[in-house]
Each structure stands twice: as structure tokens, then as C-alpha cells.
Design a protein around this ligand. Structure first.
Ligand code: KG4
Ligand code: ZN
Length: 333
């Protein structure tokens, strides 16, 4: 089965093609708008939508030619329908619907967070559910239990800022551009992560909060007692330790032994290391996506389409773009 994946939920327009027989991505084309939004210090939804409109068709053409296939070779379309910026999502979904109608093939609606999790299966071909999964991205910090029927049970979430959002806000306070994760990681490399003890919110409870940490860090920046490097390193360590603490709690609660990580924040090397160390100490199996599958990409969407296809919950061409029963049931949790 050849699956076309389309991602346009935030500021990356991405189109990829997955071949289930080869169990591999045939091609992937992404345009990141990060430089455009960096001038504004964050993503401007209207600007994002307009750039998706400009890029989606050329990226689709490029994905086909790099995969050396034609549109008639596509068996299935898979598109991010939720969560994300509504206007941005609309571009991808509308493109998918037009193409699906023209080619007379089904469209699988994909939850972006689930795709971030399934990205680890692309990088670890032997990996299958059940497993525990943490998504840490710019808008979400969620822990799910994924069972063998590919049902996602939400176990924990942030009550305020997401982990990635806290990186972005702290970076902004330090004069870095958007997105801020790589900027903080760069600073942290030359800092002492033990310099400042920031508390873990909801210590030993299965929920996240990063807003208080962000405020404590910004106060520390204003006080000017520590270098930016030390603040960045201490902040980064606290986020990593927080994510790990909640995952360990969830592992215990579920009696699970496999952990999957996904989302942009999982590109962070401190986070990856802290989880790897804990996996060997605590004896759980850890599955990480390759770096190229951490940030937003259509590879994970195409693969998720293939994985969800057996459920046969397709987007209807005639309903409102995002208003299908399947989408509502699956995504509004
Ligand atoms: O998954 P993603 O690419 O987009 C969303 O679905 O939101 O995640 C983007 C987030 C941003 O907040 C960005 O600052 C963060 O991932 N991020 C990082 C790193 N690279 C990206 N956070 C920490 N360290 C990084 N190296
Ligand atoms: Zn994402």
C-alpha cells in the first residue's frame, strides 16, 4: 500500500509517501516557516495558513517525483485533522479531500499527537503496542497508554503550558528566536545544570504544569545572579526530570515496561540521555524516534495513516472538512 501523508497543523508544510511493502518512506518534502514566524516571536496563524497554501501543491509534486511514482499509484491519503491551527489544518485537509475525490481513494484523518507517537515505530521497526507514550511538543505534553488495538488512553496532560511552549517562552525572555528549544539546548551545553534548583510541579502526581517553572526562570533571568547558560541548563534539566518523573509514575500505574517518546522536545539531547539512563537503571524498554521524526513531518502522518487504515474510519468528501463523527470521537478527549 502506498500512502500519501499531509501535515499542515502548525508552521511546517510537509508531504511524504510511505510504502507498506518496503516498510519505508519513499520521499518526504517539508517547508518550515520557522524563519518567517521568528520575526514575530511566535507562529501567526493567518501567515501560517497563507504559506501552507503557497507550498502544499509544489511539495506534493516534489514528493511524487522524488518517490518516482505518479498520483495513480497512491492507494490512501492520510492527513492531520487535529489538533492544530484551524486555518492551517484546513489547507491540508482541503488539499487531501480534493485529491482523494479526484483519485477516488479513501482519506484517513490523523491526530497529530498519535502520529508523533507512531513515529517511534518508523524508527524502531520491531516496536508494536502496547506501550506507554509521552508526547512533548510545542502545544502538548500528554502521556497515553496505547493498547494493541491502537486505542489511546490519556493518562496525564499539562494543565497549562506545554513543555515545548516553556522552552519557547524562556528562550524569548533570553532574547532567542522562535522556536526556542534548540536555542536553550545550545546555551545549556555551556552551563551548570545543578546551579539552580527549580521545583517539579505536582511532585509525584500524574499531571504536568510548566507555567510556574517558566515564571521562576524568567524571574531568575531578571535577577541576573546566574549566567544565561546556567539558567538554561538548570531549566532544561528540570523539564527533562519532570517528564521522566511522570512517565515513571505512569509506568508503575499501568504495570507497563515499554516507553515511547515523541514530539519536537524529544529532539533535546539532555532529555534523551536522562531517559536512556533511567531505562537502563529501572529496566524498561525505551523507544525514541530518530531526530528527523521529532519535529513536525508528514512521514509520521503517512505511517499513521497506514496503521489506522484497518479501522476504516475515513473522512467523507461531503461532510464539513473537520466535522466528521470519526474525527470528533477520536480527537476530543
Ligand atoms: O512537535 P513540534 O515540532 O511541533 C508541535 O507539534 O508543536 O514541537 C515543537 C516544539 C517547540 O516548542 C520547540 O521549541 C521544541 O519542540 N523543540 C525543542 C527542541 N527542538 C524543538 N525543545 C527542546 N529541545 C530541543 N532541541
Ligand atoms: Zn508536532
Amino acid at each position: 500500500m502506498v500512502v500519501l501523508g499531509i501535515e499542515s497543523s502548525c508552521d511546517e508544510t510537509s508531504v511524504a509517501i510511505y510504502d507498506s511493502v518496503k516498510r519505508d518512506i519513499l520521499s518526504s518534502s517539508t517547508f518550515s516557516q520557522a524563519d518567517i514566524h521568528s520575526h514575530f516571536g511566535g507562529v501567526i496563524p493567518e501567515v501560517a495558513s497563507r504559506n501552507h497554501i503557497l507550498k502544499i501543491a509544489p511539495l506534493y509534486e516534489r514528493a511524487l517525483s522524488q518517490a518516482e511514482i505518479q498520483s495513480k499509484d497512491i492507494d490512501l491519503i492520510s492527513v492531520t485533522t487535529h489538533p492544530g491551527l484551524i486555518g492551517a489544518l484546513f489547507v491540508g485537509v482541503t488539499f487531501a479531500k480534493g485529491l482523494g475525490y479526484a483519485l477516488n481513494i479513501p482519506i484517513v484523518p490523523i491526530n497529530h499527537l498519535y502520529a508523533h507517537i507512531l513515529a517511534a515505530e518508523l524508527s524502531n521497526k520491531e516496536l508494536t503496542p502496547p506501550y506507554l507514550a509521552l508526547v512533548a511538543s510545542g502545544g502538548h505534553t500528554h502521556i497515553f497508554y496505547v493498547d494493541s488495538a491502537l486505542s489511546f488512553r490519556l493518562l496525564a496532560r499539562s494543565i497549562d503550558d506545554a513543555a515545548g511552549e516553556s522552552f519557547d517562552k524562556v528562550a524569548k525572555a533570553m532574547g532567542g528566536g522562535y522556536p526556542g528549544g534548540a536555542f536553550i539546548e545550545g546555551l545549556a551545553k555551556c552551563g551548570d545544570s545543578g546551579a539552580i534548583k527549580f521545583p517539579i510541579a505536582f511532585n509525584n502526581e500524574l499531571k504536568f504544569s510548566f507555567s510556574g517553572l517558566k515564571t521562576a526562570v524568567i524571574n531568575e533571568i531578571k535577577k541576573g545572579e546566574y549566567s544565561r547558560q546556567d539558567i538554561a541548563a538548570s531549566f532544561q534539566k528540570t523539564v527533562a526530570k519532570t517528564l521522566l518523573q511522570k512517565v515513571l509514575l505512569a509506568l508503575k500505574e499501568m504495570g507497563a515496561n515499554k516507553v515511547v517518546l515523541g514530539g519536537g522536545v524529544v529532539a533535546n539531547s539532555e532529555l534523551r540521555n536522562i531517559f536512556k539512563e533511567s531505562a537502563s537503571k529501572e529496566g524498561f524498554e525505551l523507544y525514541l524516534p530518530e531526530l528527523k521524526f521529532c519535529s513536525d513531518n508528514a512521514d509520521m502522518i503517512a505511517y499513521a495513516g497506514y496503521r489506522f487504515y484497518p479501522k476504516r474510519e475515513f473522512l467523507s468528501f461531503s461532510e464539513g472538512a473537520l466535522d466528521t463523527k470519526a474525527v470528533r470521537q477520536r480527537f476530543y478527549q
